[in-house]
Write a protein that binds this ligand. Structure first.
Ligand code: SF4
Length: 407
């Protein structure tokens, strides 16, 4: 029987999910926003967002950084508040809003003298689109700065993309003062990319998909340890572990309830799980409004440690919802479809829609697929890919849904 809570009229499931999962939504008042940024009463807390060293760069960066795949042009207040709260590491890319994200940051720097020096600034370019030097110059122009602190080759799928030509280009750009540090970002085959990066002495840092679902696998742990040994600074992204399928599991309810009783949301707990690994210097989090920013800042300042029971609860949830999560092991499904459809890229589009609740972003990412891929998307036989997928994802059905929802 579905028991309703006394004051809200919601079922316990609805209540916990509303408060715990989506209670910190856009539209809260200023006092709620400020309250959200405060760790819960009595919790051990840091005065500001703590910092950690980013590998061999030697730079101390805040453990929470602002993922700028958001409307930075109309969100100048968010940038101001991030800076005020010590979120002084901003991550953007040429492809975020086709340069509009960089433009918004540039406007902020132009209007706020001194801000650029305070911010650890990162931008990224997809190497496959060619002419990196010219495009980097355009990025710097939009950002209204002469350099970025860290530059990433955007979204590599394998370490072989870090070619000798890229190495030479990066050395030249460093020498020219266009960026101080160099690395790559990846949400595909992360473990292999990291293991490869540890063998290249010219990679300063890497940003990878890393969350409570992936962080305990032996392969990921070995890859992270190799990077730590080699001094490669590590930044985590996609830390919420959301997938292309929206799951409604009992374990999720249990997990959300457990953390609400402890005084924080399960979304905050997912961040804390990643920070429990001291080798992760920072989490890149897309925070589109002040309330989410405030909640994440509070999680960063709250020094309460997660218990073994907390991790067990997350593990139970991860196991129960594994078939709704794409683990980014794109090599497996790509090989099974002879490279004809980048299955995990399509999964990511669905995740933007279903987990982030960002249909425009999902459609924009989907629109980036080539015409040939779009033609094949719903005509291909995915049987072998489904058999090979370690998460057991219903790939055929999800490719159809992507076409229906995002085309
Ligand atoms: S094999 Fe499955 S889990 Fe791995 S990237 Fe492909 S769809 Fe995602």
């Amino acid at each position: 029987m579905k028991e309703k809570t006394q004051n809200t009229g919601l079922t316990r499931r609805e209540f916990v999910k509303t408060v715990g999962l989506a209670g910190l939504a856009a539209g809260a008042g200023a006092s709620q926003v400020l309250a959200a940024a405060e760790p819960k009463a009595g919790a051990p807390k840091a005065a500001a967002v703590p910092k950690r060293k980013l590998g061999k760069t030697g730079v101390d960066v805040p453990i929470l950084n602002l993922g700028c795949m958001i409307d930075t042009i109309n969100n100048q207040l968010l940038l101001k508040q991030a800076r005020n709260w010590g979120v002084t590491y901003w991550d953007t890319a040429e492809s975020y809003g086709n340069g509009l994200s960089e433009e918004g940051l540039g406007r902020y720097f132009a209007r706020n003298p001194g801000a650029r020096q305070e911010i650890f600034l990162v931008t990224k370019l997809v190497a496959k689109k060619g002419d990196l030097s010219n495009r980097l110059e355009q990025s710097l122009k939009r950002l209204k700065t002469d350099h970025v602190d860290l530059f990433f080759i955007h979204a590599i799928c394998g370490i072989e993309e870090m070619t000798p030509a890229i190495k030479e280009w990066a050395a030249g750009m460093k020498k020219a003062g266009k960026f101080k540090f160099f690395g790559f970002s990846t949400h595909t085959n992360m473990e292999n990319c990291l293991a490869g990066a540890a063998k290249l002495d010219w990679i300063d840092a890497a940003m990878i998909t890393y969350n409570f679902r992936l962080m305990h696998t032996p392969k990921m742990q070995a890859a992270v340890n190799a990077c730590v040994k080699a001094g490669v600074g590590l930044v985590a992204m996609k830390t919420q572990g959301g997938g292309p399928v929206k799951c409604d599991s009992e374990a999720e309810l249990k997990m959300a309830g457990r953390f609400v009783e402890k005084g924080f949301t399960d979304k905050q707990a997912r961040l804390k799980a990643v920070w429990e690994n001291p080798n992760i210097a920072s989490i890149c989090s897309q925070m589109p409004n002040l309330t989410i920013l405030g909640a994440n800042v509070a999680a960063a300042r709250d020094l309460t440690k997660l218990t073994q029971g907390d991790f067990d609860s997350m593990r139970e949830y991860a196991l129960e919802t594994a078939c709704g999560y794409c683990a980014g092991c794109g090599r497996i499904c790509m090989a099974a479809v002879d490279g004809q459809v980048p299955v995990n890229d399509v999964m990511r589009c669905l995740m933007y829609h279903r987990d982030y609740g960002e249909p425009d972003l999902a459609r924009a990412a989907f629109a980036g697929l080539t015409e040939e891929v779009r033609q094949r998307l719903t005509n291909l036989d995915y049987t072998r890919a489904e058999q090979a997928c370690p998460q057991g994802l219903p790939i055929t059905r999800l490719m159809r849904q992507a076409e229906e929802m995002l085309a």
